[in-house]
Every structure is written in C-alpha cells, then in structure tokens.
Design a protein. Structure first.
Length: 208
C-alpha cells in the first residue's frame, strides 16, 4: 500500500484558507483520493482543548510566549502522532489547516522568539516529518485583517497589533524562499477563480 500525501495550507488572518481548503477537498474528491481534513492547533479532543486555551482572550492571566509555544507543540504532537501519521501510513491523504510553519511564522517571526530554540523543539516533536506540499496564501496584512474583522469577534491572535502580522508575513515569505520545493506561494489577493486554479495546478504537479 502506498502512503498518503500530507498537504498543509498556511497564511495570515483573512488570507482565504477556509475557502481554498474546499478547493483542495474538491480536487481530491474528483481524483478519488481518500483523505481527511484536520486543523492546528486542534484536530483531536485533547488538541481542541489546547486550541481553546490558545485562542480565547482572557484578562485574568496573560499567556506568556513560552507557554504559547509549548502549547502549540503539545497540540501538534497529539495530532501528528494519533491522527496524521496513522492516516498517511494507511494510504490516506491529510489536508491540514496550518502546521509547523505557522509556529515559525507566528511565534518565531511574530513574537520574536528564538528560531533556533523553536527548531530544537520541532525536532523533538516531529523529527524529520514534514509536508509533501505547503500552500502559502499570501496577502497584505491590512487587507487580511479587514476580512478577519468582517467575520466577527476576534480571537487572541487576531487581536495582535498590525506590526505583529507584518512580521508573520515576512517570515512566511522568507521561509518560502528557503524551501521553494515544498512551500509554494499563492497570491491570496487574486480572484477566487485564479487562486483556486493556481492551487489545482500545484496539486496536479504533486500527484503527477
């Protein structure tokens, strides 16, 4: 039995990930691929509880950056080991809304945490495990946050200042330059049809 394929979707707030996750699902359905869809942080009962801790704003106890980083990896360890890896071993493709690159961008770039330390923790949690394809939806953070605000109440990350999201975006793009074979940048500000078409071409190449 051939192994499944691991596809991740990345981007700052308002980049259109939810819409393009559907594009990927439709593609896999049309090509009769078995797949599951998960999200980070989250994807298992334990990881979803961690997600709630990470995303919910609170006034009684401000979360420090180290706590945030370790909670991210705790949720990731649970999801990867109990859901993602078993699925891939069984020949099932996995679509993941965010993965390890988000931590590099948000906690590394956005929070300014040491990238070397993040890499060490990532190695402990993931070893050499990584996606076959990462689709990075790139958009100007100002426009992205306008979209996010239009959706309704903002979570703890979305309440960050604009310079945080600028750093996140810049880190994403720098990572894409360093790993162009896996991380593919798609203009999230293009028309929906054009974005979807670009993603389908990337998937054509992946499954060729």
């Amino acid at each position: 039995m051939s192994k499944g394929v691991f596809i991740t979707l990345e981007g700052t707030e308002g980049s259109g990930k939810s819409t393009q996750l559907k594009t990927i699902e439709q593609y896999l359905q049309q090509h009769n691929r078995r797949y599951i869809k998960v999200r980070e942080p989250g994807g298992t009962p334990i990881a979803e509880e961690i997600r709630n801790l990470l995303k919910t704003p609170r006034k009684d106890d401000a979360m420090c950056d180290t706590t945030e980083l370790l909670l991210m990896y705790a949720a990731r360890a649970q999801l990867v080991n109990t859901v993602i890896k078993p699925a891939i071993e069984q020949g099932v493709d996995v679509i993941c809304d965010r993965h390890d690159l988000s931590t590099v961008a948000y906690q590394g770039g956005g929070r300014g945490m040491d990238l070397g330390e993040i890499k060490v923790i990532s190695k402990v949690v993931l070893g050499d495990f990584k996606p076959n394809l990462t689709i990075l939806l790139d958009i100007d953070p100002i426009k992205g946050m306008q979209r996010a605000k239009a959706r309704g109440e903002l979570d703890r990350f979305e309440q960050s200042k604009m310079d945080f999201f600028v750093r996140v975006r810049n880190t994403y793009l720098e990572c894409a330059k360093q790993d162009p074979n896996i991380i593919k940048v798609v203009n999230g500000d293009d028309t929906l049809d054009n974005v979807s078409s670009h993603i389908r071409k990337l998937l054509d190449n992946l499954y060729a």
